[in-house]
Design a protein around this ligand. Structure first.
Ligand SMILES: [Zn+2]
Length: 233
């Protein structure tokens, strides 16, 4: 039996929808997990519930006391993680509940010499207040060919490395709980980059996409990800 709705909701709210082990914001993919499995007579109560992200959920599910490889999660450890995180959330009620920017890609075309990808960025407003507008800056290494539609394009450098900075902004209001397409997958408004034979090695070793996302009333979200991690080649 799954947890009753009221128990699930309480666990999600007390955790701010974040993973109790790694504290990553889980959004819709957060799991409410049994600390002691139902097969081992674990009850469907809040005492036995913990919010975990997909990765930690997969790891915690592998706990087996008869197997001694690696450092496994025990129920006692999971309970301690959870209680520590719930105490933190309770004493920081106004902390942004996981400012959430999702950066991924869509393959556009592939041939033997080059792969083209379209960057897609979504933002979810996890605050209680609406934003009155937003701005995004995407930084792509200058050695990666980029084509854009309706983005301002600048040459810049970050830590002595040359980047192409792509910027756009909007006066759109973003309501609490809403998800918007910051870099959408549309015909006239896009960012496409190319991985080809000439830049392949550099993309693998030094190809980081970076971003900054500004709103009217929330902290700036900054992040970066190796291009090689954004997709499988
Ligand atoms: Zn986690």
């Amino acid at each position: 039996m799954p947890f009753p709705r009221v128990v699930r909701d309480e666990a999600l709210v007390r955790s701010h929808r974040r993973c109790c082990v790694c504290h990553e914001f889980g959004g819709r993919s957060v799991n409410v997990h049994h600390i002691v499995q139902e097969a081992d007579s674990g009850p469907n109560t809040i005492e036995n519930a913990i919010c975990l992200c997909l990765r930690c959920h997969a790891e915690a599910g592998h706990f087996n006391p008869r197997h001694s490889m690696g450092t496994k999660y025990s129920p006692d450890e999971l309970r301690l993680h959870r209680d520590q995180w719930w105490t933190h959330c309770q004493s920081h009620p106004d902390e942004p509940r996981g400012l959430f920017l999702e950066v991924h890609f869509k393959a556009r075309s592939r041939n033997a010499d080059a792969h083209k990808y379209r960057l897609i960025v979504n933002y979810t407003n996890t605050l209680k207040e609406a934003h009155n507008g937003w701005k995004v800056q995407i930084f792509i290494p200058a050695f990666v060919p980029v084509e854009v539609g309706d983005f301002d394009k600048y040459d810049t450098s970050v830590d002595d490395a040359r980047y192409t900075m792509l910027e756009t902004q909007s006066a759109e209001r973003v309501f609490p709980g809403a998800t918007i397409e910051v870099v959408p997958n549309m015909n006239h408004f896009f960012i496409e980059y190319e991985v080809n034979n000439a830049n392949y090695d550099r993309v693998l070793s030094a190809g980081n996409v970076m971003w900054k996302f500004f709103t009217s009333n929330a902290p700036v979200i900054e992040g970066e990800k190796p291009i090689a991690e954004l997709q499988e080649f």
